[in-house]
Design a protein around this ligand. Structure first.
Ligand SMILES: Cc1cc2nc3c(=O)[nH]c(=O)nc-3n(C[C@H](O)[C@H](O)[C@H](O)COP(=O)(O)OP(=O)(O)OC[C@H]3O[C@@H](n4cnc5c(N)ncnc54)[C@H](O)[C@@H]3O)c2cc1C
Length: 388
């Protein structure tokens, strides 16, 4: 590790590695620091991504793709399944390999990577640069830079060091728990989503098959909807019912920020990306691709700023602008839709499923599900009118 860099990226998840890659490709001297010893481990994710947007970043490779899925089933509270007409196919990744591959691409483009290296504080200097204090393999040291890209995930502290308001309410933080389990009944063809107050209040439960009759079976619920019960209770009850006797191979828990993007994702010397900037899709909780898109824009913005020899907040304005044009303003809509959808009763969800199933198979799309929901609940039209 050198003593000074143009850009230090904190956190080597998908957002950070992508930011480091594009900043380095733009000619910056980049250091990517990751507090864990092994990038991508442990996996705190169900590993599902949509196939088309991934192509912008990486060619799909069997080493990090466990399964390819083209069909989705939505299960109403009474267990009626709606099989959606496929629009895009998706992948179930192996993030242990995928995250490492993204970091490798950053290295190939010229970034340096330091693992077992936690950023533990910053100090702004009078010359407009920043000293980052890191704990690297047990020893404290200081590294200087002009720009920090904070990609330190949902528990991000870096933003707060710069005075950015990153607090998320309990309601907008989904607690998520997922098991990887093995069971002969797991259907390798479908990604399944289960809804209802008895299954996953204020969220949903998923089964993402890995292709070998194993699956990530998990649950994400708004923090204030659990009524004193734990995620384990909901998930264990579901597994008992659907996959009795399943062998659990691993268990991970984490938080998912399900809100619109933070109001401020830039400051002097700083850009926030990925979960740290709350760039997860608030309807689905998916954040891998969004974080990579944000990382790319931030990395390019950083390289432009370095070329212009200025790294004030105003020099980074293109980043939030482009982010909102591509994704962020849609997330504001999805956030409001999530709030409305969470008000549906179990009975309404059952009725919607029945109506969709009465349509010809080719018309059973996600869009149709929403339109049917709105027709059944005309009052919601009032709440959603201003979104469209
Ligand atoms: C149970 C669960 C299931 C999920 N399933 C999906 C899914 O199927 N599909 C999907 O798209 N999304 C899913 N998500 C969300 C997805 O995991 C995140 O949105 C995604 O990982 C965000 O990437 P990131 O790079 O912003 O942050 P992260 O992947 O969290 O990476 C942040 C990195 O920063 C490092 N770090 C933190 N602080 C420091 C520090 N001070 N110094 C150095 N390093 C630091 C961390 O160790 C970590 O490696 C799920 C989340 C959970 C919890």
């Amino acid at each position: 590790m050198d003593v000074s860099y143009d850009v230090i990226v904190i956190g080597a998840g998908p957002s950070g590695s992508t930011a480091a890659r594009f900043a380095a490709e733009g000619g910056c001297k980049v250091l990517l620091v990751e507090r864990k010893r092994d990038i991508g481990i442990p996996v705190r994710c169900a590993e599902g991504v949509s196939e088309p947007p991934l192509k912008e970043f990486i060619d799909s490779h069997p080493s990090f793709i466990r399964n390819r899925i083209s069909e989705i089933r939505l299960f109403a509270p009474n267990d009626i399944a709606v099989v959606l007409t496929p629009v895009n196919s998706g992948y179930i990744l192996d993030r242990r390999v995928f995250d490492r591959e993204l970091a490798r691409l950053a290295i190939v483009n010229g970034a340096e990577v330091a693992t077992s290296c936690a950023a533990i504080g910053i100090k702004r200097l009078d010359n407009g640069t920043v000293d980052v204090k890191v704990l690297h393999r047990g020893s404290e040291t200081t590294v200087n830079c002009k720009i920090i890209i904070a990609a330190d995930g949902v528990e991000s502290r870096v933003g707060r060091w710069f005075g950015v308001k990153t607090v998320t309410t309990l309601h907008n933080t989904e607690g998520a728990l997922t098991y990887v389990l093995s069971h002969p009944e797991i259907d390798n063809r479908y990604c399944d989503f289960y809804f209802g107050t008895e299954v996953a209040p204020g969220g949903y439960l998923w089964v993402f098959p890995g292709g070998d009759h194993s699956a990530s079976v998990g649950i994400g619920c708004a923090g204030d909807c659990l009524r004193g019960k734990s995620l384990h209770e909901f998930l264990d009850r579901f597994i008992q019912r659907k996959y009795g006797g399943a062998k659990i191979l691993s268990e991970v828990a984490g938080g998912i920020p399900v809100q619109a993007t933070l109001k401020e994702i830039i400051a002097d010397n700083l850009m926030l990306v990925g979960d740290a900037a709350r760039q997860v899709n608030p309807m689905t909780g998916a954040g891998i691709i969004n974080g990579m898109i944000a990382g790319k824009i931030a990395g390019i913005t950083a390289s432009e700023s370095i070329k212009m020899r200025s790294w004030k907040k105003d020099d980074f304005r293109d980043y939030p602008k482009e982010w909102h044009q591509r994704i962020g303003s849609n997330h504001e809509k999805y956030f409001k839709m999530k709030e409305v959808v969470n008000k549906f009763s179990d009975e309404s969800l059952n009725q919607i499923a029945e109506t969709i199933n009465s349509l010809p198979e080719s018309k059973r799309t996600l869009r149709k599900v929403f339109m049917t929901a709105l027709i059944k609940h005309p009052l919601l039209l009032g709440e959603l009118r201003h979104l469209f």
